[in-house]
Design a protein. Structure first.
Length: 363
């Protein structure tokens, strides 16, 4: 029940922000918005605002929509009354229509940036210290005498304090011997230890096999919380948004090209993870919300008919050729797009059954 409530909250917020992007963009270019809905299907409750827009919540909380006056494909531009053309979506310029469509995904990226920046500003950044955790037997670190609890102070004469400084130094050094200076709190002594990293081939989480260099240690549990000002928090928020976007695109590309197994989750998986993140703490839930928001923005930008990206392609063609894409071609493309989305949803639900439902029955 907890996971369901958290899932509904997360999806509700993300859908609202996405549709709010469309709504505000439409209003900014003078388009009349008739309906703003969170969810699909039967209306649960709603109201009209002073502009005549029906705001409502519908029974299926798996999406939402903004219905604008005289949308593309609903009416012919010639059928719109002259006095209403200034409020009609179909009567706006190609660039104005593209802006309205793009604003939804853009709002999701903006939300992720704001959430991540806010977390960095409110609670700071956790940086794991360069303290040795578990040491793998028969690996270079263990054979050289490094033990759990050692605090690495420098490598090759270069002072380090945090784990994220240690890892790239080992990676860039390759298989050459390195001198570690470590402080051993168990007996309050300083040691100089020479370690030669071991070369291995590993497959990362994106399914890519690459050469890595390891000494056989894991990070300890100690960390330092670093507070940041507004500007630095925004910089970290932008970097984190970019890195997550890049990671998602890379994973999707590798799945599409068959370089890694297709492993996607549907609403049950999202709900399960959302519940776990909420249990871990509000900070973890916010990071998860930002990640899903980026996913939602990216997916909607894919050039698939019926998605925002598909509409952007239609408008781009119209801008280049000077006339809208043939309605029959649009209809065929939309049917194909619906088929692709339906297939993707079926596959996602299938993965949900395997990863969420069956483990429950197996105990």
């Amino acid at each position: 029940m907890w996971a369901v409530l958290v899932f509904t909250f997360v999806i509700g917020v993300l859908v609202f922000i996405h549709e709010l992007g469309h709504y505000l963009a439409a209003r900014s270019v003078g388009v009349k918005v008739e309906t703003f809905s969170i969810g699909f299907g039967k209306e649960l409750f709603g109201w009209y605002d002073r502009k005549g827009t029906r705001w409502k919540v519908s029974i299926l909380p798996l999406g939402g929509y903004v219905k604008m006056y005289a949308m593309t494909g609903e009416v012919n531009p010639e059928d719109v009354p002259e006095e209403e053309k200034k409020h009609a979506f179909i009567s706006k310029s190609v660039l104005a229509r593209m802006w309205v469509v793009f604003a939804g995904p853009f709002a999701n990226f903006l939300l992720a940036f704001i959430v991540l920046s806010g977390v960095f500003y409110a609670v700071g950044e956790r940086r794991i210290l360069a303290e040795v955790g578990p040491v793998s037997a028969e690996m270079p670190a263990a054979e050289a005498g490094l033990i759990e609890g050692d605090r690495i102070q420098s490598i090759g004469g270069v002072e380090i304090k945090f784990w994220d400084e240690l890892v790239p130094m080992i990676r860039e050094n390759g298989d050459k011997q390195m001198r570690f200076t470590v402080y051993r709190p168990s007996n309050d002594t300083i040691h100089s230890i020479d370690i030669k990293p071991l070369e291995k081939e590993m497959t990362d989480m994106l399914g890519k096999t690459q050469k890595v260099y390891q000494i056989g240690i894991q990070a300890g549990s100690s960390f330092e919380r670093i507070d940041h000002g507004i500007v630095e928090s925004m910089r970290l928020g932008a970097i984190s948004t970019y890195n997550q976007t890049s990671m998602i695109l890379t994973a999707l590309w590798r799945m599409v090209t068959g370089q890694m197994a297709a492993d996607i989750g549907g609403p049950l998986t999202i709900g399960k993870v959302a519940g776990e993140q909420a249990t871990a703490g509000f900070e973890s839930l916010l990071f998860f919300m930002a990640f899903i928001s980026i996913n939602l923005g990216l997916i909607n930008l894919f050039p698939v008919p019926v998605l925002d990206g598909g509409h952007l392609v239609y408008f781009a063609i119209e801008g280049i050729t000077g006339r809208p894409l043939n309605e029959r071609l649009q209809d065929i493309a939309n049917r194909i797009g619906m088929g692709l989305l339906a297939t993707l949803m079926i596959f996602a639900f299938y993965k949900d059954i395997l990863n969420v439902i069956l483990p429950v029955f197996k105990g």
